[in-house]
Design a binder for this molecule. Structure first.
Ligand code: IMP
Length: 421
């Protein structure tokens, strides 16, 4: 039996989509456990680029089931559009299954997300404006509408109209922005498309575990965006860490056999929030341009900086990484010097661990260890020994510092540009 969890080790956008697509080849099931179409995975398959937001990467293998789990929030319009793109590219998507317990994202969630961001003024979170926070808020308030409700027209209508009433009383600016009859009509159409894919995915996964099948749990966003352990309030609204797998898929925690942390060879962040190793000058620009660091979901330029070791160590403790997958190592080629944040300095004291007190984090300055860079193009490397010595030194230090072995290194955009360590 093997249940492998793939977790973002930073603030999202670590390249989990590509890694998931690579590992999915050996899996019977690939399952997403949290988030919605705030996530964006760019995957290159046989030279074709796909931008996935909701559908797990198992979709590219017809024999592999692609599951959208109960911990997710699903915007049916975005989901159906994604399926259509995949179908047009020759992937029939007959292998998709969705939990009826997942919550729906409705057009009023988008509007509320925008209104909330506007009202936050200078304290805006920089959300993706996909309605994710408001949909999870409804779930916690126990007024959310689940995907299963969509399949019963009468029930859906009743719950929807009740919600509209509540939303209108709370958000006067919502009036006019959302048309109830249009929504009811379009959601009826979505229900017809989605209906054949809905099943008890938790039971399906439990049965697969009993049959000792291989399951890949695909994380979205990253550890530092976890609603509990991330850089709150600059986080997303779901459990992004490995702990979210059990609740987001409905499988026992002890069924997880392996947790792989995916990290870039440097750091990026979109949206607001403290980012100690951010480089706003030439280095940041170099990383952004070489790494194509523009958001898959929003197109926003990502903030870029050096790899933060404290974040990796914190994630290793929270998630229990059995291995690290380092992505975009090729982006660092050409730099004279590569820096790694090995501690923070706060009030003239050295911190060796990530501080969970956000006030300390906000005032902390990075303490760097410097490594000589390398000039060579590494995109054709097949094994670790093909990499330049200075590059290998950087990797060895990451392993020593985090105490976690690097299991894979990604050196290009294509699914197969991967070195297995
Ligand atoms: P929300 O998830 O749209 O509510 O946005 C909350 C924060 O999480 C914002 O800073 C977003 O930029 C960030 N975020 C959400 N999803 C992703 C992702 O997939 N990658 C990177 N950042 C994300």
């Amino acid at each position: 039996m093997s249940v492998t969890v793939l977790v973002g080790a930073q603030w999202g956008d670590e390249g989990k989509g590509k890694v998931s697509c690579y590992l999915a080849r050996q899996a019977n099931i690939v399952a997403r456990y949290s988030g919605g179409n705030n996530a964006g995975h760019t995957v290159v398959v046989d030279g074709q680029t796909f931008k996935l937001h909701l559908v797990p990467s198992g979709i590219f293998y017809p024999e592999t089931l692609a599951i959208l789990g109960s911990g997710m929030v699903i915007d049916p319009a975005a989901f159906i559009e994604e399926l259509s793109t995949l179908q047009a590219a020759g992937y029939p998507c007959k292998n998709v299954r969705i939990s009826p317990l997942a919550h729906l994202v409705l057009p009023y969630h988008h509007e509320i997300d925008k209104l909330q961001e506007k009202s936050r003024g200078a304290k805006a979170l920089g959300t993706t404006r996909k309605g994710i926070g408001p949909a999870y808020a409804d779930k916690a308030e126990r007024i959310g509408i689940r995907l299963g409700d969509l399949l019963d027209e009468v029930k859906f209508r009743e719950k929807f109209l009740y919600n509209m009433e509540i939303k209108r009383s709370r958000y006067r600016d919502l009036n006019g922005a959302v048309n109830p009859n249009e929504i009811l009509d379009s959601y009826k159409r979505y229900a017809e498309v989605i209906f054949p894919m809905v099943t008890d995915t938790s039971k399906l996964l439990q049965e697969a575990i009993a049959k000792k099948q291989k399951i890949l749990c695909e994380g979205a966003q990253g550890t530092m965006l976890d609603v509990d352990f991330g850089t709150y309030p600059y986080v997303t609204s779901s459990a992004t860490t490995a702990g979210g797998v059990a609740s987001g898929l409905g499988i026992p925690p002890q069924s997880v056999t392996e947790v792989l942390g995916v990290t870039k060879a440097y750091t990026t962040r979109v949206g607001e929030g403290v980012f100690p190793t951010e480089e706003t000058g030439k280095i940041g620009e170099f990383l952004r341009e070489q790494g194509g660091e523009y958001g898959t979901t929003t197109g926003r330029a990502r903030r870029c900086g050096w790899l933060d070791g404290l974040v990796l160590k914190y994630g290793a403790r929270l998630n229990g990484y059995s291995g690290l997958i380092l992505t975009k190592l090729d982006v660092l080629s050409g730099l004279e010097e590569v820096k790694f944040c090995e501690a923070y300095e706060y009030k003239k004291e050295r911190l060796d661990d990530f501080p969970i007190e956000m006030g300390i984090f906000a005032a902390a300055a990075p303490v760097y260890r410097s490594f000589p860079g390398w000039k060579e193009d590494i995109t054709k490397a097949k094994k670790i020994s093909d990499l330049p010595k200075s590059c290998r030194n950087y990797l060895a230090f990451i392993e020593e510092y985090t105490g976690v072995p690097i299991s894979h290194i990604s050196i290009g955009a294509d699914r197969d540009d991967m070195i297995v360590a």
